[in-house]
Ligand binder design. Structure first.
Ligand SMILES: Nc1ncnc2c1ncn2[C@@H]1O[C@H](COP(=O)(O)OP(=O)(O)OP(=O)(O)O)[C@@H](O)[C@H]1O
Ligand SMILES: [Mg+2]
Length: 281
């Protein structure tokens, strides 16, 4: 056999001009189910997401990948109605959390965003102390009732986020005074302090060094035992290490979804193949 020959595929790839989603987009034990989700910006002038349907399973990490501008952040922001905060942005379709459509009129977004927490690409600590950054939401949601409970929860959350040792002697200093990577771990501690059921992460490690990244990846694996996690990443190595399923987006379409190993080793769609082999993106 010719040296370095590509592995033989057992199937024909779906051609580029066929943009319907390929792969299994639903799972039996789903925590969230998205049906025909479309997102428009500029009061409907631009369509950023085109009728995407997918499930997020219990106890799974689902990775969202695709070229810059394909709509990954837009899509993930739908899952806790973060797009509501963007003027001129409109979301169509249905997204169920435990069977309830989170876009129903009677849904209060404040408890929704505690149940479906979010970690952004750019760390955004509150202009408060390190301690209060973590304690703020648990206090608001009534998860702690006294000082010692609050201290215990703050310490536990910072330990889990891999930040405790670096900040335990400076908890009263402002969160904004930490390094970028430390701020990101603070934001993760803040998110997990309210015990969310689903955690959305939009390129959470892009500002972190390899050691901090490894801590976060271990944390993600630990969190998966109890929660569901959707993570946007530009690192295919990271997606392979931490996710069980992967969704590949291209120009607002969900092109392919399936078990992570299959997406990276034996994709069904030509566009997925082009992306993972570095032909564009
Ligand atoms: N607030 C906004 N107002 C108008 N258009 C927007 C807004 N946010 C995103 N878009 C547009 O929606 C499309 C998808 O953007 P999005 O940020 O979701 O992509 P992405 O896949 O997250 O990209 P990246 O990998 O660069 O983060 C782009 O064409 C972008 O210009
Ligand atoms: Mg993005």
């Amino acid at each position: 056999m010719e040296k370095n020959a590509a592995p033989k595929r057992s199937h024909r790839l779906v051609p580029k001009d066929n943009r319907n989603t390929v792969g299994e987009n639903q799972v039996d034990n789903f925590k969230m189910r998205c049906e025909q989700v479309s997102v428009f910006y500029d009061n409907g002038a631009t369509k950023a997401i085109n009728s995407v349907s997918l499930d997020i399973g219990d106890n799974e990490v689902i990775a969202m990948i695709g070229p810059s501008g394909c709509g990954k952040s837009t899509f993930i922001r739908c899952l806790n109605r973060m797009n509501d905060t963007i003027e001129g942005c409109k979301v169509d379709g249905r997204i169920y959390l435990d069977g309830k459509n989170i876009y129903d009129k009677d849904v209060d977004v404040v408890p929704l965003r505690a149940r479906v927490g979010m970690v952004f690409q750019k760390p955004n600590p509150f202009p408060k102390s390190i301690f209060d950054n973590v304690a703020y939401a648990p206090r608001i949601h009534g998860l702690v009732t006294n000082k010692s409970e609050t201290e215990e929860l703050v310490e536990k959350s910072l330990v889990r986020a891999g930040l405790w040792n670096e900040v335990k002697d400076r908890l009263n200093q402002p969160g904004t005074g930490l390094s970028g990577g430390q701020q990101q771990r603070l934001c993760i501690a803040r998110t997990i302090a309210v015990n969310p059921e689903v955690i959305l992460m939009d390129e959470p490690c892009s500002a972190l060094d390899p050691i901090a990244t490894a801590i976060i990846e271990e944390l993600i694996e630990e969190l998966r035992q109890e929660y569901s996690i959707a993570i946007v990443t530009h690192s295919m190595q990271q997606a392979s290490r931490i996710s069980q399923r992967t969704a590949y987006f291209h120009l607002g379409d969900l092109i392919e979804i399936g078990p992570t190993e299959q997406i990276f080793l034996n994709p069904l769609h030509q566009l997925t193949q082009d992306y993972i082999t570095g032909r564009f993106g």
